[in-house]
Design a protein around this ligand. Sequence first.
Ligand code: MF3
Ligand code: CO
Ligand code: CO
Length: 258
Amino acid sequence: MAVEIKSKADIEKMRATCRLAASVLEYIEPFVKPGVTTDELDRLCHDFIVKAGAYPSPLNYKGFPRSICTSVNEVVCHGIPGERALNAGDIINIDVTTTLDGFFGDCSEMFVVGGEATPAAKKLIDVTRESLWLGIAEVGPNKRIGDIGAAIVEFAGKKHGYGVVDAFCGHGIGRQFHMAPQVSHVGRRGNGLRMKPGMTFTIEPMINEGTHECEILSDGWTAITRDGRLSAQVEHTILVTEGGYEVLTMRPGAWRPL
Ligand code: MF3
Ligand code: CO
Ligand code: CO
């Protein structure tokens, strides 16, 4: 499938929807406290997005019943918000996707409930964040898309011994939520399509403490680690530029290297 190249006008719309998605993560952070339910976080994000004149893309997407994904502890991705109240020390990924003016923007962040993670959880989150940025550093014109996942698996998998999930990928994004190309997080060096300026896609590594293997719960969405150990994920939407890349979902205060 051909990979869409965004026009200048398209890129402006991508910047706007991605800026909005990122601002939702900024907005929700202070609400991620012990005792809050994931349904409450969902409602807050939903209202924020709708007030901004956008649509929360997950809602009714292939039947998904909520406006964000909330993935707690052993949940790898696609956790459905519900009545579960968060406990101090839980780790949670909040994944926000917005549709604004016909364009999708997609990003996610890890939060530690109550601020204090175990050393093991903290290390998992740190390695996951760093692996995302090592992947981002591989983005640029004429570079190969396989090098993104290669950088991620070399660092999180080979160096740190974590399980790098291969059942879910990053994805092209624009007028559709998920489109070509697929962005594997366990890619191989020198493999895959060559990136071109104007392409937009996500990178969203899921890194497990133990096995990389996942199971889907009977709700048809929630992916958990097969061994019940922790999983972390962070996601950005990236634009390939003439000079390299632009992280469209960057926000003030977000983690970045250096
Ligand atoms: N935001 C997720 C991603 O990064 C997709 C969620 S699909 C949903 O691709 F239906 F679960 F919302
Ligand atoms: Co995504
Ligand atoms: Co997402």
